[in-house]
Ligand binder design. Structure first.
Ligand code: CA
Length: 509
């Protein structure tokens, strides 16, 4: 070896190696949607739609079948993800509170470790995002059309459809970032949240098609505690004609009439051209409906079809836009060293139990989709059935980046599981608690879920439910008080108390 060659190699090793260590750290693209039920993802076996781009992430990555949220509602789920801590620890119990952004969050820790960080889309934590080099977020729920975005020190409006705009902003940030440093991009969609306003080219998707109904659309809420019966989230009884059903309020309806505020917040934002396209799609369908004079179960069935089609139309746009991000990662060569995550803030009812919305500890809202692609680590097409949680996301992203996981975080890194080696002491039970008062009249509750059973306590009225998920996967019959389950009940109750002690949950009222 000549001296010159030796010096050249030494220089390469000495200078290039640390640079490689920096750029070698994986990028993280977190694509997050709002209220996207796993029942509406074909990779999860959807009977009602196709999501080819989200499915691609599953085909090339790992699909989690038991991703559970700690508190099934928008803002609290986001606070849990930011902090890796339960609601009672991060301080955000419900959608009304303001997130304390001065506390430790995983984006701050990644930023401190040299990651470029960006947050685009629905934030919903009221306070300004912290820990991000770039952020542009919807105020509150945001709007589907011509949305305003909060930016540092102000607000600006973008013209167009929100799912496309959030993706445009995400891609623009990727394009302009420092190519020599790893990044975290959080692309957080508003869709398919209520309002369910389709993008302009999806307005007639599913016209003329009947979407299958869930088995429990006409649940009578027998054999359970009283909250299931007392809720206000039934498709039949609680959806609003204008906002939910896209039936334009009659001319002259006062602006303070029920539901008008929501209608104006959605339809009221369309510009003239968008309104023409919208009306051309909905007016013929609405005329047919109004002429039919439906009642009883026929009316519920029509409402279900209207709801589910609008919901799925917004998801079709989300899926298209997931595809745009994946293609960008392919085209730029970033895909190879980028972890792509697709998840939602919680699950959702697509007519199961006759419902829309979330909040309950029942399966459809307790579980959320979670799909992760990590080339070279995750076995393509793999499926994981461990009880994982949105509580684990922060820890996972820190671990991916080689950043130490603070001991006060309450979840665990999924990195070993992503590599196919779930730790032998992984959790076998999970604590859940929902706090919000009033909205949809879902009673606050807490409980424990194991692989097979679920014990729920509605602590305000001291009512309990116990479900056997093997014999009753739709949770239609509580076996609480059933002698055959007395041993199971005692074990679950002891486990609930143990989890509350370990997680330092304050005593329930
Ligand atoms: Ca949500």
């Amino acid at each position: 070896m000549t001296l010159i060659r030796f010096v050249a190699i030494t220089l390469l090793l000495g200078v290039a190696a640390p640079a490689l260590a920096q750029t070698g750290r994986p990028n993280i693209v977190f694509i997050f949607s709002d209220d996207h039920a796993y029942q509406a993802i074909s990779a999860y076996g959807s009977r009602i739609n196709q999501t080819p781009n989200i499915d691609r992430i599953a085909r090339e990555g790992m699909r989690f079948e038991n991703a559970l949220v700690t508190n099934s509602i928008c803002a609290p789920s986001r606070a849990v993800i930011q902090t890796g801590k339960y609601s009672h620890v991060n301080g955000l119990l419900d959608n009304r509170q303001v997130f304390d952004g001065s506390q430790q969050t995983f984006p701050k820790l990644l930023q401190g470790a040299g990651y470029q960080t960006a947050m685009v889309g629905k934030w919903h934590l009221k306070s300004d995002p912290t820990g991000f080099d770039y952020w542009e977020v919807l105020p509150g729920q945001g709007s589907y059309y011509n949305p305003d975005f909060r930016v540092p020190g102000g607000q600006k409006r973008h013209h167009g459809y929100v799912t496309e705009i959030i993706t445009d902003l995400s891609l623009a940030w990727l394009e302009g970032r420092d190519p020599d440093r790893p990044f975290l991009l959080m692309t957080q969609h508003k869709a398919p949240h209520r309002g369910w306003m389709s993008g302009p080219e999806k307005l007639t998707l599913y016209d003329g098609v009947d979407i299958p109904e869930p088995e429990t659309l006409f649940d009578d809420y027998a054999n359970r505690a009283s909250p299931a019966r007392l809720q206000e989230m039934e498709i039949g009884r609680h959806m609003i004609d204008g906002h939910d059903m896209k039936l334009k309020p009659p001319a002259g309806t006062p602006e303070d009439a029920p539901g008008m505020r929501l209608w104006l917040a959605g339809y009221g934002r369309l510009d003239e051209q968008q309104r023409r396209v919208w009306d051309a799609a909905y007016e013929p369908k609405n005329a047919t409906f109004l002429a039919a004079g439906l009642e009883g179960r026929d009316l519920v069935r029509w409402k279900y079809q209207r709801y589910i089609k609008d919901y799925l139309r917004t998801i079709a746009s989300v899926d298209d836009n997931v595809g745009r991000i994946l293609r960008y990662l392919d085209a730029t060569g970033l895909a190879e060293n980028t972890i792509v995550v697709y998840a939602s803030d919680q699950g959702f009812y697509l007519g199961e139990h006759g419902w829309f919305d979330k909040r309950w500890m029942y399966e459809e809202s307790l579980k959320t989709p979670l799909i992760v692609r990590w080339p070279g680590v995750v076995e393509p097409g793999s499926v994981n059935s461990d009880m994982v949680s949105n509580l684990d996301f922060a820890e996972t992203f820190l671990d991916v980046a080689g950043v130490a996981i603070p001991s006060d975080m309450q979840g665990r890194s999924l990195v070993p599981s992503l590599g196919g080696e779930t730790p032998s002491d992984w959790r076998t039970s999970f604590y859940y608690r929902y706090y919000e008062q009033g909205v949809h009249n879902v009673a606050p509750h807490e409980g424990v879920r194991t692989e097979r059973h679920k014990l729920i306590h509605y602590y305000e009225t001291d009512e309990w439910e116990l479900f056997d998920l093997v014999t009753d996967p739709n949770e239609m019959r509580s076996v609480y008080g059933d002698e055959a389950y007395s041993e199971t009940h005692d074990e679950l109750l002891a486990e609930l108390e143990r989890l509350k002690r370990d997680l330092q949950v304050p005593a329930t009222p």
